[in-house]
Each structure stands twice: as structure tokens, then as C-alpha cells.
Ligand binder design. Sequence first.
Ligand code: 5GP
Length: 115
Amino acid sequence: MAEKTLFEKIVAREIPADIVYQDDLVTAFRDINPQAPTHVLIVTNEPIPTAADVEPQHEPALGRLFTVARKVAEQEGLENGYRLIVNCKDDAHQEVYHLHVHLLGGRPLGPLLAR
Ligand code: 5GP
């Protein structure tokens, strides 16, 4: 069996994280190195390595990532808006190969990319 990803261990509560939401398909927890006042990672419970690996059978979990992003954004009081980011592989600087959405907010975030 393949070794569990870091985020699978968080989902299974084998290593600690500040989990703000969990259901049968996804788990949301605070990033260990926050880039904004709110920085939550929302991960699929079943590991999908990257956005380049998604298949039709993943659609329920992928849809849930968005409804949970909305729920967490409301919990966090992000009425002024927020940013959802998915990094895919090396050029996007993906560090953890377990698909996740970054939910960032709580301050003006500026343009998407550094110039
Ligand atoms: P990526 O670059 O793969 O899109 O994002 C990975 C994110 O995971 C980074 O923002 C990083 O700070 C976060 N991260 C890495 N290790 C841990 C950890 O052990 N716990 C938590 N909560 N976040 C982590």
C-alpha cells in the first residue's frame, strides 16, 4: 500500500491540525504557515495527487470542496471576499501532492500573481 500523504494523516487525525470542518468527502483545516488572517486548506479525504489527476468519479468530492469553501468563508466572516487557489505540480509550486484548495481572506489580497 502506498504511504499516506501528510494530508491523509491529518484527515485520519494521526497528526494534529486545527480542523475547522470535516464530513464524509472533505476536511478543512488551518494552514500551518498562514499567508492571510484566514488561510484554510480544504482537502479531499481520499487522496487525489493533483488537479491533473481528476477523473469523473471525483466530481462529488470536488463539488464538495466548493460548498465547504463557502461554508468556511461564512464561518470566518469573509463578507468582503476571499481567494480560492489550487496549485498543480511544479510550476505552480505545489508542495503537498494531495489535492487541496487554499481559502485565503481577511485582508485585501492584491493581484493574483507577483509580477
Ligand atoms: P501547496 O504548495 O501544496 O499548494 O500547499 C501546501 C500547504 O500546506 C502550504 O501552504 C503549507 O504551509 C501547508 N502545510 C504543509 N505542511 C503542513 C502541516 O503539517 N500542517 C498544516 N496544517 N499545513 C501544512
